[in-house]
Ligand binder design. Structure first.
Ligand code: GAR
Length: 201
């Protein structure tokens, strides 16, 4: 049985999608051991509580990055997690945190990286005028929205798309590929060569 730790800052729809996949066996032999939020009142925490999953709020306000990350790492270690999933966790991780969990942290980002890292990626994509947008699941390093890519999914950008409609289409794909990527990584069916994540059997 593999244990997943999920870090959220807000809505928590990607957490919910992962929880659903764990419950339905799409991510087999696993459980979500803990959900941690850096923000008090994050809806993601309520969603986790509603599912009877252990939660912790560790407020980040005013704390130096590494001091904060040490607190989070301690809770994750206590929960003995095998994999950490960032799910709308809006914080850059310290080198300490990244080194504490080598190749064991995944993030979902709402763009086809390396295009449009950072905030409001869907708006960035619309304003740039790309014809395809999408989302990326990648391993996390200490740089923003960087790290080897596990899976991507694309969605077409139509003339009538707004930030809201594009975000909705991308989110649907996020929910799908995040579970798929977690399954691949938990089953160890990959190897990393340089920046490339290659599938193995
Ligand atoms: C998602 O769209 C996720 O890709 C994005 O925040 C949203 C969180 O939604 N993450 C980033 O932008 C990370 N750089 P959720 O709380 O409903 O999962």
């Amino acid at each position: 049985m593999k244990r997943i730790g999920v870090l959220v800052s807000g809505r928590g729809s990607n957490f919910e999608a992962l929880a659903e996949s764990v419950a339905s066996g799409r991510i087999p032999n696993s459980e979500i051991g803990i959900v941690i939020s850096n923000r008090d009142g994050a809806p993601g925490i309520q969603r986790a509580e509603a599912r009877g999953i252990k939660t912790r709020v560790i407020p980040s306000k005013g704390l130096e990055r590494e001091i904060y990350d040490r607190q989070v790492a301690a809770v994750l270690n206590e929960s003995k997690v095998d994999l950490i999933c960032l799910a709308g966790y809006m914080r850059l991780l310290s080198p300490f945190f990244v080194a504490a969990f080598p190749n064991r942290i995944l993030n979902i980002h709402p763009s086809l990286l390396p295009s449009f890292p950072g905030l409001e990626s869907q708006r960035q994509a619309l304003e740039y005028g790309v014809k395809f947008a999408g989302c990326t699941v990648h391993f996390v390093d200490e740089n923003l929205d960087a790290g080897p890519i596990v899976l991507q999914a694309e969605v077409p950008v139509l003339d009538q798309d707004t930030e809201a409609t594009l975000s909705e289409k991308i989110l649907k794909e996020e929910h799908r590929i995040y579970s798929e990527a977690v399954k691949i990584v938990l089953e160890g069916k990959f190897k990393i060569e340089g920046r490339r994540v290659l599938r193995t059997n």
